[in-house]
Unconditional design. Structure first.
Length: 131
């Protein structure tokens, strides 16, 4: 089964925060999104092997988006919760490898859209499907 079939909800959660940040900062481009996905992937891959993440110098608004994406990742990994008590949302925790696969799938989507449509192809695509 594809990652889209098994973890569509995770992909949607991640794209939702990207769209929200893009709506706040319409100057973001697909390249910014690609850099953020790359940095998040590297961060979790580094954690897995016990090394420090590569040096990354975020450009405009990328640091904010990075924090948003990591926050969703931490929720999906089961490391943090949304809400408390009976109001808490519960998700089946993902393992780190599955989360990285989800992020790589989104990264590939960004790369494909850049090749086909240029600077905001991915952002234009995902904003169509996100309330």
């Amino acid at each position: 089964m594809s990652i889209e079939e098994t973890h569509l909800d995770t992909l949607q959660n991640l794209e939702y925060v990207v769209v929200q940040r893009y709506r706040e900062h319409p100057e973001l481009t697909d390249r910014n999104i690609q850099r953020v996905y790359t940095a998040v992937i590297d961060s979790y891959a580094a954690e897995h092997v016990g090394r420090q993440p590569r040096d990354w110098r975020p450009e405009m608004f990328e640091a904010e988006l990075y924090k948003d994406v990591v926050a969703i990742c931490e929720i999906r990994l089961g490391r943090t919760k949304i809400g408390s008590g009976k109001q808490a949302l519960h998700f089946e925790p993902l393992d780190r490898e599955t989360l990285i696969r989800c992020l790589k799938r989104l990264q590939n989507s960004v790369q494909r859209q850049i090749k086909l449509y240029g600077g905001r192809g991915y952002l234009d695509l995902i904003t169509q499907f996100t309330p």
